[in-house]
Write a protein that binds this ligand. Structure first.
Ligand SMILES: Cc1cc2nc3c(=O)[nH]c(=O)nc-3n(C[C@H](O)[C@H](O)[C@H](O)COP(=O)(O)OP(=O)(O)OC[C@H]3O[C@@H](n4cnc5c(N)ncnc54)[C@H](O)[C@@H]3O)c2cc1C
Length: 500
């Protein structure tokens, strides 16, 4: 992969053309480029109003760098529409001007898909004002939310009506429902409720063609053709802008218990989890961390060690039910081979303390880094082997890992490699992702492809699948203005590496 912000998207192709005009072209061409810039800005102001077209460099800055700090670019402007009609009007004007659009929700994505490239050509479409909250439909157990509603606000809204949002993740304070649809987010409850796609009952979106597709009725049975909502899940802003989401909810359960179990090694922990899944009916989460990560989190956030003694591996499980699941969980854990220690928490505050140990990993690693991040999944039977092989392949670099054990999803974070050249990092990526593919895994479990992994898409998708992706993109975004260079290496099939 090239350095941040050096993708090969349509925006950059346009930018190269534009640069020739301004650097080499005659003054008249220069003036005309300025006029067209001013014309687009004026047209966008007419749609959203002066207050919601941001062009001051200081104000734009936070929209131009991603959460990891590794992807930085420059936006021509940031536009903040408040309705689906405004989104459609903005897209139509950008199509007319041939200007790419990068959609941005909470900007917590971890694969560089939410920020513009370095050319200064793209407009960032920020969804923060698409924040409509319809009343919870308690009969259908569904709710319709604006795409810019954050997960935390959606959770509070659902809880007030006796429901929960089935998908939960640590970035809940900023991550938006639209961003979660666009990345098909996973998180900590996939074990029980699946990823975002399974929990979306309908979507409204403005496609790159300018067409508005709206399917928010929420019917559970509706076999009337292609599932456009499902297609938009995981589309990473490359087909259009999601403006509203009809989300399935699950009832809030009155009883909840979490337990942290300590293990001698990851292999024993994986075997133990298989038994827990069979025996604990209300299991909602099964997250793992290892000693090095626990030490890093405790040191970074001045937190106490969870046990009096250190252990190699830890499994955080949570169960919920209409009846108290504590006895069921304790009995099942008591029968497991290899558990060295256990802490059980049923009160909300104690549970939150256990969860912090897991959820603060991403932030602790960011503070220690920047890490090279790999969000991969491997079949449970190959997970232990993967971790052993990848650690020895990457030595002496420090290889932290933690993740959603119940889904075979490992977040691998390699520290101490930020001084390496682009070619060396590329080689590192090839080593890690190649091993994942060899073991039958996926190069992106839940964060998506973005710019970070587009070069490696061919390791998880066949040439026929990638060709079909390109056909879908061409049909729904015929002008190629939606997030060019994200997910698909735009116009450069040879950038797709590998093959199944
Ligand atoms: C601390 C931390 C923990 C995390 N934990 C998890 C986790 O457990 N599971 C998980 O899956 N992810 C996790 N993530 C990653 C991230 O939170 C998710 O990918 C989330 O879904 C991104 O939402 P967002 O609103 O921030 O999207 P952004 O970062 O703004 O955008 C992400 C992508 O979606 C596109 N997009 C955003 N909004 C829209 C829209 N309305 N229409 C069309 N395209 C859009 C963008 O163009 C971009 O390609 C974590 C991130 C952090 C920082």
């Amino acid at each position: 992969m090239g350095p941040p912000g050096q993708g090969r998207g349509a925006g950059e192709r346009r930018a190269r053309g534009a640069a020739q005009v301004s650097v080499e072209g005659p003054p008249a061409a220069h003036r005309s480029a300025h006029r067209s810039t001013a014309r687009l800005e004026q047209a966008l102001v007419e749609v959203v109003g002066h207050a919601h077209l941001l062009s001051d460099p200081d104000v734009k800055r936070s929209f131009e760098v991603d959460w990891t700090g590794q992807y930085r670019g420059e936006a021509r402007a940031v536009v903040r529409p408040a309705t689906s009609a405004e989104v459609a009007a903005v897209l139509t004007r950008c199509v007319a001007a041939g200007v790419p659009v990068v959609t941005q929700g909470g900007n917590t994505g971890l694969v560089g898909g939410s920020v513009p490239d370095a050319t200064g050509q793209a407009v960032v479409m920020s969804t923060g004002r698409l924040n409509q909250l319809a009343a919870v439909d308690t009969t259908a157990a569904q709710v319709t939310l604006g795409a810019g509603v954050t997960l935390a606000v959606a959770q509070a809204h659902a809880r007030a009506a006796g429901f929960e949002v089935p998908v939960d993740l640590a970035a809940r304070g900023s991550a938006t429902i639209g961003g979660m649809v666009a990345t098909n987010a996973g998180g900590v409850h996939v074990l029980r409720h699946g990823m975002m796609r399974r929990n979306v009952a309908g979507v409204e979106a403005v496609l790159g063609s300018g067409d508005v597709v709206s399917h928010l009725g929420g019917l559970e049975k509706d076999n009337t053709g292609y599932d456009l909502s499902g297609l938009l899940c995981g589309s990473e802003g490359t087909l259009g802008v999601v403006t509203s989401v009809r989300l399935r909810l699950v009832p809030s359960l009155p009883h909840r218990v979490a337990a942290l179990l300590a293990w001698p090694d990851v292999g024993t922990m994986i075997a133990g989890l298989a038994r827990l899944r069979a025996e604990v009916s209300g299991l909602e989460a099964a997250e793992y961390v290892v000693r090095a990560g626990v030490e890093l989190v405790c040191a970074t956030f001045a937190m106490p060690d969870p046990f009096a003694r250190p252990y190699p591996a830890y499994l955080l499980v949570e169960a919920a039910g209409t009846l108290d699941p504590t006895a069921e969980l304790a009995a099942a854990a008591g029968h497991l081979d290899g558990v060295l220690d256990a802490a059980v928490a049923s009160g909300a505050r104690q549970r939150a303390a256990l969860w912090q140990l897991r959820e603060l990993h991403t932030e602790a690693l960011a503070a220690a880094g920047p890490p090279r991040k790999y969000d991969v999944s491997v079949p449970a039977s190959g997970l232990s082997q993967f971790l052993d092989r990848v650690s020895s392949l990457l030595a002496p670099a420090v290889c932290h890992h933690f993740g959603h054990l119940g889904d075979g999803n490992v977040h691998l974070n390699v520290l101490g490699v930020d001084g390496r050249s682009a070619a060396e990092l590329d080689e590192l990526d090839g080593t890690v992702l190649g091993l994942v593919a060899e073991l039958g895994g996926s190069i992106s479990a839940e964060h998506g492809i973005g710019r970070l992994k587009r070069r490696w898409l061919g390791l998880s998708r066949s040439p026929a699948e990638i060709a079909t992706f390109r056909s879908v993109k061409a049909a729904l975004d015929p002008h190629g203005i939606c997030n060019p260079g994200v997910l698909l290496a735009d116009d450069a099939p040879d950038d797709d590496v590998g093959g199944r």
